[in-house]
Design a protein around this ligand. Structure first.
Ligand SMILES: [Zn+2]
Length: 78
């Protein structure tokens, strides 16, 4: 709810799940352009739930962040 990036239309192709690290053991939804930006710039990404971290692992290892899932379903379901 506090993420200003949610103003744009989100499609599934624009989202990827990335392991956020060792802290919460969740995969978060992140807009793909943010992932590309991170890959190029080497900076952190911001998840739908507002989680900010520097991705450094393969996605799919952990369950989806419930906050990200809720936000994503809201966006997708309109
Ligand atoms: Zn999340």
């Amino acid at each position: 709810m506090s993420n200003p990036d949610l103003g744009t239309t989100l499609e599934q192709e624009q989202l990827e799940q990335i392991d956020q690290g060792d802290h919460e053991r969740y995969s978060h939804y992140v807009k793909k352009d943010k992932i590309v930006e991170s890959a190029v710039m080497g900076g952190a990404v911001i998840a739908l739930c507002g989680k900010v971290w520097v991705p450094n692992r393969d996605p799919g290892k952990f369950p989806v962040c419930p906050d990200c899932q809720k936000i994503y379903e809201t966006l997708k379901g309109d």
